[in-house]
Design a protein around this ligand. Structure first.
Ligand code: SF4
Ligand code: SF4
Length: 641
């Protein structure tokens, strides 16, 4: 890693321009670095200025930074826009040799006043590194006035993010779509969301919303209801029956095949179609949507929401062939049909075995979680019995248990080997399940399936205690000797993870896979070992979140487009790992306000059927909630070397 030549990051000054001091080495700041782990030569951003190469041209960097900041300034309060324009004018005066003696002090005042009076976090932070540059690189600005320096701001790279955006796997422009909602511009907000998320109604309901944990307001009062705001934009379109605007595309000659219609497949298909490619999706099931259609119960994502999203995709010109399972993928045959690239997005639809004694008998009453949900969603639910035991602590286990309640099982018990704290399921899902009467037994794991005449009768469990953390960082469950006990039930649903069922590729090289049974694909290009064959989503990542799968689809589309045009896809080079994006050196006064609550149906009522459990925001509620957003855009202008 390169040494710091200068840093004002977080207001802590390290100045090694005249030689490194041992003190400076101890205080290595956490600023945006390259994904390779290397430090860029220069970084100018919301929290300071960092140079690892003292020869970097801070003057040109500042000019580029201000020009980029001008593009983000929304003009709503006009303060930062005026400040940026004034500073750029003053730099022009310096370059023209027309400035007064006090110009650098005047520039400093302009920047400070603009920061102090800006109404959003962007305006409050954007001047921070400019003030640092004026203070610590004053000589460079003076040299410009003397005609000893010139400006060349062409060689920099630009990254714009926000704490919430950086946490969203699909990097949605969250402050952007929230701002449009605040102004009642729901259709434009949805259009902006759709650029990165083609399933806004589904994701607005079922996303695990890591963005909200990262929201700056989480540290002040309550995070913005980012997920529900996205749902509000989607609901508005559906409720008002607004026509989805058709974006004309310049047609291209190439066709792409997509195998699987889950979030990854749909996202890639839509994006490729909008670039003008002919796209055909091959779906094995009689319903489109992959895990959303076959794995998420209606009370979380109603059918009409998914159907609307699929309609939008179809209207863009994507062809979808249902009941078209592709077990054998003959690349030559696809090529003959005119497909220049194939994207495998088959998801992970086969449940993992528990690996316990008696499981191999496959007795009646032992039903895998994904199979249970698939049958239910395709219209063949199991007949309710008295008691069901669900094994696992993820969202699939929770979906199975809550669905069993709705199907009419009298007793539903989840058995999970760790504690509630380690449960991978979303906290809201766990809370809702408990409210609906699902019993959760923690620190227990199945060891034996007990059946009689081919029928499931009971599961033998063993108590667990928590040991040292495992590779996932969660504390490992350790069996308690001699603690075995039996749980009698009519049915058992193991839901302990899934794996993909991959098509057999023929007519070309072998498809490389991992020891987990997933496809090996290049993390940047998503290309597999087979030329022209791309893979992404759960069949590469293993069971991931919906938004992670959807993001993979977006990126695969970019990669296929690059491949068909004989270039490499562009990938984000900058990493914010370890960087506190919520931190800012200058924050305005924030009036505290709790997040709007859309509410849920009464627990008893919702557990009696499959009606949507969670309410959405009304337009007025959404606009009010959107007002809480602080608009924390973080601009980074940087130079790799
Ligand atoms: S306040 Fe708005 S911009 Fe800031 S982190 Fe939260 S949602 Fe994102
Ligand atoms: S997709 Fe999920 S993570 Fe991204 S902004 Fe929406 S709710 Fe947040």
């Amino acid at each position: 890693m390169k040494n710091i030549a200068f840093s004002s990051w977080d207001g802590k000054i390290i100045d090694n321009r005249k030689g490194a001091s041992s003190k400076a080495k101890k205080a290595e700041p956490l600023f945006p670095r390259l994904r390779t782990g290397e430090s860029p030569a220069a970084v100018m951003a919301w929290n300071g200025l960092v140079l690892t190469d003292s020869k970097q041209d801070v003057l040109s960097l500042t000019v580029r930074y201000l020009n980029e900041a001008r593009k983000i300034s929304c003009g709503e309060c006009s303060v930062c826009m005026l400040g940026i324009d004034t500073l750029l004018d003053m730099i022009n005066s310096l370059a023209a040799g027309e400035s007064s003696k006090t110009i650098i002090a005047d520039m400093n005042n302009v920047a400070k006043q603009a920061a102090a009076n800006s109404k959003c976090a962007f305006g409050q932070t954007v001047f921070t590194p400019v003030i640092d540059a004026l203070k610590y690189f004053k000589a460079d600005f003076q040299a410009l006035a003397k005609g000893e320096r010139s400006i060349d701001d062409s060689s920099y790279e630009v990254t714009v993010t926000a704490p919430c955006v950086n946490a969203c796997p699909a990097s949605l422009d969250i402050p952007g779509y929230i701002e449009l909602i605040r102004n009642g511009r729901f259709a434009e907000s949805l259009e902006l969301i759709r650029r990165q998320c083609v399933m806004p109604g589904t994701i607005g309901r079922a996303c695990t919303h890591p963005c909200e944990e990262a929201c700056v307001r989480a540290g002040l009062d309550e995070p913005l209801a980012i997920r529900l705001l996205k749902r509000a934009a989607a609901d508005q379109e559906q409720e008002t029956g607004a026509a989805v605007p058709k974006t004309p595309v310049a047609e291209k000659n190439e066709n792409v095949a997509v195998i699987g219609s889950g979030p990854a497949g749909l996202a890639a298909a839509y994006r490729l179609r909008r670039k003008g490619y002919g796209v055909t999706i091959f779906e094995a099931l009689p319903r489109v949507g992959g895990m959303v259609a076959a794995g998420i119960p209606e009370y979380r994502v109603p059918d009409e929401v998914l159907n609307h999203e699929v309609d939008v995709i179809k209207r863009s010109g994507v062809k979808i062939k249902m009941n078209s399972r592709i077990d054998k993928l003959d690349m030559k045959a696809f090529e003959k049909k005119g497909f220049k690239a194939v994207f495998v997005a088959v998801g992970a639809h086969e449940g993992n075995a528990m690996g316990v004694e008696g499981e191999e008998q496959k007795c009646e009453g032992l039903v895998d979680g994904v199979e249970f949900l698939r049958d239910m969603n395709l219209g063949n639910p199991v007949k309710p019995k008295k008691k069901v035991v669900v094994i696992g602590g993820g969202n699939v286990a929770l979906d199975c248990a809550r669905s069993c309640k709705r199907l009419g099982f009298a007793n539903v018990e989840i058995i999970y080997r760790r504690t509630r704290k380690e449960m991978p399921a979303g906290a809201e899902e766990v809370e809702a399940a408990l409210e609906e009467g699902v019993k959760i037994t923690y620190l227990a794991a199945p060891v034996k399936i007990i059946a009689d005449k081919g029928k499931f009768k009971a599961v033998e469990c063993r108590k667990m205690k928590l040991g040292a953390p495992d590779e996932s960082g969660r504390r490992r469950p350790v069996p308690v000797k001699g603690s075995e006990y039996q749980v009698k039930a009519d049915m058992i649903i193991p839901a302990i993870g899934q794996k993909p069922v991959l098509p057999v590729v023929s007519g070309t090289k072998k498809l490389a896979t991992t020891s987990w049974g997933t496809i090996k694909a290049d993390p940047d290009t998503f290309e597999t070992s087979v030329r022209g064959l791309f893979a992404g989503g759960d069949c590469v990542l293993g069971p991931a979140t919906l938004i992670e799968a959807l993001d993979a689809g977006n990126r695969v589309a970019e990669s296929i487009d690059a491949y068909l045009n004989g270039r490499r896809p562009e990938v984000e080079k900058l990493s914010f790992e370890g960087v506190d994006l919520a931190r800012q050196r200058n924050r305005g006064f924030v009036v505290k306000a709790a997040a709007a609550d859309a509410g849920m149906m009464d627990a008893k009522e919702r557990a009696s059927g499959f009606e949507e459990a969670e309410n959405g925001f009304s337009p007025a509620q959404a606009m009010d909630e959107a007002k809480r957003c602080l608009r924390c855009y973080r601009l980074v202008v940087w130079n790799e070397a």
